[in-house]
Each structure stands twice: as structure tokens, then as C-alpha cells.
Design a protein around this ligand. Structure first.
Ligand SMILES: Cc1cc2nc3c(=O)[nH]c(=O)nc-3n(C[C@H](O)[C@H](O)[C@H](O)COP(=O)(O)O)c2cc1C
Length: 400
């Protein structure tokens, strides 16, 4: 079973993650992981913080000469910005102070609507929101991207690939087919907003610039596509084994994501069954013996992968920290004030897509390791190769 734990505050010394349950013998290409970290930092609309950071992973356990050894994999990502926050975010008591927690001048007394600030400080009884926003910040998603990149390397051994692209920003949208996205993926990677259509990308950038100039923010939708997942991953036999439920939960856990849909998505609620369900026809060309005429289900039926590409979209709300701040109250005296402002992105949909890739990769890696099992990557591959992916032929002697 693959498990993950992440740790770290936005301006603390370091972020960290532990990925447990990886098979032994997986080659972990650190530069591949670093390249995903750098992809998460890019995208038109990101704020100053991403110019300060230059995220790189440092593996401190679980690898030997580049290969996993079956023990928990532990990675660190240092926060470069910590040097400007070393007193504020010191893990040790400050030498000059006798108070349990001295004021540092970086307290947040005006909680930002749309963030965990207010609910978090009430929940934990903090005198200001600093402890809340340090951990609730999406900075933590760097650890998920690093761990997700390791999961992508595992999936690549099984010929599974994960992609993402942006479908809409601030209401400007495009809807290319997954096949087209994959065929022209270099253009997605080169786009400042990770959008395949360069004209649409231009308009998205204008929209981001307009929000920036007005001290506002915008959201959008990204899509993740996973190809190569064999039939039968996940299960219908119990609700918590459904692959779509696991992937939705993982995507919903990305800060700012407010909705997830598979395949034809919410549109299916308006269409007739004959226009939605993916018909099947016999095919000698497909090793499974059949093919689908469409993929409105987005590759999962009844919680089980059906062998088609997994296609899932996530909607991200506008960034809640606004340069033209919203109304809130000062928690010290309850007076009406405007929310705290701290250096912020205006739009992070392209970056959220990279986090989305990581979360989908993590859930797929968990599910394939659970289904096929094995202590080493060779065992895992052998189990996959010997597993049932084509049509079983009913026969009289079968015990099933
Ligand atoms: C990659 C990424 C970057 C983000 N950057 C910011 C940011 O700079 N400022 C901000 O206020 N929110 C940012 N967010 C969104 C907030 O973290 C999120 O809205 C907040 O934690 C509240 O969580 P919720 O929206 O899921 O309720 C970002 C999210 C992601 C995924």
C-alpha cells in the first residue's frame, strides 16, 4: 500500500514528504522530479514568491544509488524565502524573549475571506492567523508534486503516462480532445498558461493582466489525462475502493479546487442516456477483442478503470488574497477592516494543473500497487503482465 505524509510551513526552513510503500528497484530520476517542481512554479499570473524560490528535491532516505530500496522515501524541498523569515518562523524559542510566543510583526489579525484564516484560528484558538496560513498555503503542494513525480516514474514502468492542460481561465475557454492535447503536448508545455490553443491563451493572458491591474484575481479549469491504465483498476465492490472517488478526493484536496468532473462531466445530467453511455463493438484490432465508440465516462465505469484514457477536470476558484482586499474584521477588537494582503498569485490554474497531475499519479500508483502488488518493480510488472485484461471466455469448469 502506498501512503504519503507531507509536512512544512510556507516560510519555514523546509518542506518534506514521506512516500511509503514503493516497490524496491524503481529508478528515481531526481532531475525528472526537479523538472516537475519547476513546471509547478511557472505560469502567467503567479506572484513574486515563485521568483524567489527555485524548488529542488533533496532525497534523504529510501534511495540508494538512485534506486528505491523498499523503505520509506523521504524528500526535502528547502524554502529559500525562509532566510527573510528565520525569526518569525523559528522552530526554537527566540533567545531574546521570555514570552511563550513573542509578537514578530508578521501577525495576521485581519483574516482573508476565502482562506482558512478565520475558521482555522477559531478552531485552534490562535491569537492571529499566521500559524493557519503558513500551513494552509498552497506552498505545501510542492511536496505533492515531488512525490507525484516519483509516482509518475513508477507508472511509466507500466506504460502509463499522465498529462495536464488548461481548459479555461476567467471564463475564456477551449475544449480540445485528449488525443489532440497529447499529440501537441510540446505546445501545451511551451504555453505560459498551459493552453493548447495559442489564440485562446492570448485572451487568457489578457484576462489575467486585467485582473492584476484591478487588484483582483481569477480561477479556471484544468484537465488531467492518464493513458495506459489497464482495465480493472479500482473496484465497484465497496464505495471506498472506487477509483473515481479516490481521484476526485485527491483533486478536491488541492487548495482552491471546488469541483471535479470525469469525461463528459456535468453535461451528462442534461443529456439522454443514448447520447452519454459509451457503446461497445467487437474489434479484431484491439487486443481486448472490443473497442469503445466514445469515452464520455472518462475511463471509469462503476469505480473501475475500463481501459480508456482517464479524463478528469477540476475547477479552481479565484485566488482569495486580493491586492484590493475584501471586507473582514480585526480579530483584536472586532472592528471592520479590510483583509490582510500578502504577496500573492493572481491566477494559479496552470500550476494547479501540475499539482493535479501529481494527485492523479499518486492515486493511480496507489491503485496499481494495490491491485498488482509485489515487493520489487520487476514483480509488479510481471504481475501486471500476467493479469486478466482481455475478455474471459465463459467455460463450464470455471469456479467463478
Ligand atoms: C498552485 C497554487 C497556488 C496558489 N497560490 C495562492 C496565492 O498566491 N494566494 C492565495 O491567496 N491563494 C493561493 N492559492 C489558493 C489557496 O491556497 C486556497 O484557495 C486556500 O488555501 C483556501 O482553500 P480552499 O480554496 O480550498 O477553500 C493557490 C492554490 C494553488 C493550487
Amino acid at each position: 500500500m502506498i501512503r504519503i505524509l507531507t509536512s512544512g510551513e510556507s516560510h519555514g526552513p523546509s518542506l518534506a514528504f514521506i512516500l511509503e510503500g514503493l516497490p524496491a528497484g524503481l529508478y528515481v530520476d531526481t532531475e525528472f522530479v526537479n523538472s516537475d517542481l519547476s513546471r509547478r512554479q511557472r505560469g502567467h499570473g503567479r506572484g513574486q514568491r515563485m521568483r524567489i524560490e527555485s524548488d529542488r528535491v533533496e532525497f534523504v532516505a529510501g534511495l540508494r544509488h538512485g534506486y528505491t530500496i523498499g523503505s520509506p522515501l523521504c524528500g526535502l524541498i528547502r524554502n529559500r524565502d525562509h532566510k527573510s523569515w528565520s525569526d518569525v518562523m523559528s522552530a526554537d524559542p527566540l533567545p531574546s524573549c521570555s514570552d511563550a510566543r513573542p509578537w514578530t510583526g508578521r501577525e495576521v489579525f485581519a483574516p482573508r475571506p476565502g482562506h482558512a484564516d478565520l475558521a482555522g484560528l477559531v478552531k485552534y484558538g490562535f491569537p492571529d492567523a499566521r500559524n493557519v496560513l503558513e500551513r494552509a498555503s498552497a506552498r505545501e503542494t510542492a511536496t505533492r508534486v515531488a512525490a507525484g513525480a516519483v509516482c509518475k516514474l513508477l507508472l511509466a514502468e507500466l506504460n502509463v503516462r499522465v498529462y495536464s492542460h488548461v481548459i479555461s481561465i476567467g471564463g475564456i475557454s477551449t475544449d480540445p480532445t485528449p488525443e489532440k492535447v497529447i499529440a501537441h503536448y510540446d505546445q501545451v508545455e511551451a504555453s505560459p498558461v498551459r493552453c493548447l490553443d495559442s489564440d485562446v491563451a492570448e485572451r487568457m493572458i489578457e484576462e489575467i493582466e486585467s485582473a492584476l491591474s484591478e487588484g483582483d484575481s481569477i480561477g479556471g479549469v484544468f484537465e488531467v489525462i492518464a493513458v495506459g491504465i489497464p482495465v480493472g483498476v479500482g473496484s465497484y465492490v465497496h464505495f471506498d475502493r472506487r477509483l473515481d472517488a479516490a481521484i476526485s478526493g485527491a483533486l478536491m484536496s488541492i487548495p482552491g479546487v471546488k469541483g471535479v468532473e470525469f469525461g463528459a462531466g456535468f453535461r451528462v445530467a442534461e443529456l439522454r442516456g443514448s447520447k452519454v453511455h459509451d457503446e461497445v463493438e467487437p474489434s479484431d484490432l484491439d487486443p481486448r477483442g472490443y473497442r469503445r465508440l466514445s469515452n464520455n465516462a472518462g475511463g471509469i465505469e462503476g469505480g473501475v478503470s475500463n481501459g480508456e484514457p482517464i479524463v478528469v477536470r477540476a475547477a479552481m476558484k479565484p485566488i482569495p488574497t486580493l491586492r484590493k482586499p475584501l471586507r473582514t474584521l480585526d480579530i483584536r477588537d472586532g472592528s471592520a477592516v479590510t483583509a490582510s494582503y500578502e504577496r500573492s498569485d493572481v491566477c494559479a490554474v496552470p500550476a494547479a494543473g501540475i499539482v493535479g497531475e501529481a494527485m492523479v499519479a499518486l492515486e493511480l500508483a496507489k491503485a496499481v500497487v494495490e491491485k498488482y502488488g509485489g515487493d520489487s518493480i520487476d514483480e509488479l510488472k510481471a504481475h501486471l503482465q500476467s493479469s486478466q485484461t482481455s475478455l474471459p471466455r465463459p467455460n463450464e469448469g470455471s469456479k467463478l
